[in-house]
Design a protein around this ligand. Structure first.
Ligand SMILES: NC(=O)c1ccc[n+]([C@@H]2O[C@H](COP(=O)([O-])OP(=O)(O)OC[C@H]3O[C@@H](n4cnc5c(N)ncnc54)[C@H](OP(=O)(O)O)[C@@H]3O)[C@@H](O)[C@H]2O)c1
Length: 312
């Protein structure tokens, strides 16, 4: 089969299409004949060796949609060990969901990894209640644009998005966000009463600015690996002084609980079926285009989800 192989950590040029043997499933795993694979921001950090470096050579990519070879059913799966940028992938059955007929492959893939992250951060960790106000960092991105829509679908009173360019902010407003600003420091001008829930994916000083934007009893949920970087640490007395809280969220803990993962995917597909959540496809690239797509994502050019057509 053809796959994008990483033989050395480094820039996007290290991602090369090769012919490789198909992976073999173990107990509790199945082979999926992949139609589309997804790009995620963490792939860039893994490619550089900066985050969760896998043994090399490696095939990156953590989300796929296609047909399960054993029964021909259309499924989407999250691959914790990678292997997604390939024509066939091995997925744990517990991390695989059937795709309902009303959801096409691109939507299923757009929703599963980034939508589950947005849902987990807002609902499972963030305990979003109807009538609350929500602010979302990187709101035009894969996770962010779904978080904006989910917050509104789940009854948020006001949703604000942070995005770096006017075009991204127009997109964020088109999703229903009342406020779109270029930096979290600007939120207080638009929402002086503060926000109840802030979804951070940037970390560092942006996390601290998000914390300052919270109303009393507000919660900040951080999902970014970069959130552990310099400038992120928050003195506990600062939390007490403002009556606010910080919560972490990691998809691995959803995947470790198959019933929670199934409920999360079901909620997303149901909302998508009602037209309340829709993944925006930024671009669809062939396997040979994965390196260029990594470059575009690193340059902050992508809005929504980047897909890889592994048959092209
Ligand atoms: N905790 C988890 O389980 C989990 C799961 C999935 C994803 N994540 C995290 O969620 C975040 C979003 O992931 P995604 O795949 O949906 O990516 P994405 O949001 O589509 O792309 C990243 C966006 O982050 C913003 N950004 C801020 N600082 C940046 C920088 N220094 N370099 C590049 N971009 C920067 C950019 O938006 P602007 O130009 O608008 O600033 C960029 O478009 C990532 O941090 C990812 O690691 C966490």
């Amino acid at each position: 089969m053809r796959a994008v192989v990483l033989r050395r950590f480094g820039g996007p040029g290290q991602l090369r299409t090769e012919s490789v043997p198909e992976p073999a499933p173990r107990e509790g795993e199945s082979v999926i004949d992949v139609t589309l694979a997804g790009l995620n921001f963490a792939d860039l950090e893994i490619r550089e060796g900066a985050y969760a470096p896998p043994p090399l050579p490696a095939v990156l990519g953590v989300d796929v949609v296609g047909r399960r070879r054993s029964d021909g059913r259309r499924v989407a799966a999250l691959l914790r060990e990678g292997g997604g940028y390939a024509q066939a992938a091995v997925a744990r059955d517990a991390c695989t969901v059937h795709v309902p007929d009303h959801i096409d492959d691109a939507q299923a893939l757009g929703l599963l990894e980034q939508g589950s992250t947005a849902y987990g951060a807002l609902v499972t960790a963030g305990r979003l209640r109807p009538g609350e106000s929500v602010a979302v960092a990187a709101a035009a991105g894969g996770v962010g644009h779904l978080a904006v829509q989910l917050a509104l679908a789940l009854g948020a009173r006001t949703v604000a998005g942070i995005a770096s360019t006017p075009a991204k902010r127009r997109f964020v407003r088109s999703l229903g966000a009342r406020v779109a600003v270029g930096a979290p420091e600007r939120l207080s001008e638009e929402l002086p009463e503060g926000v109840d829930l802030y979804l951070d994916s940037v970390g560092g000083p942006a996390l601290r600015a998000g914390l300052a934007a919270l109303a009393p009893f507000g919660r900040l949920v951080t999902i970014g690996e970069r959130g552990a970087g310099p400038g992120s640490s928050v003195p506990v007395e600062e939390l007490t002084g403002s009556s606010v809280g910080v919560h972490g969220f990691w998809m691995r803990h959803v995947l470790a609980d198959p019933a929670l993962f199934a409920r999360t995917a079901d909620a997303l597909f149901t909302l998508a079926g009602r037209g309340q959540v829709r993944a925006r496809v930024d671009r669809v690239v062939p396997l040979d285009g994965v390196g260029a797509a990594h470059e575009a994502m690193a340059a902050r050019e992508t809005l929504g989800k980047v897909l890889v057509d592994v048959r092209a």
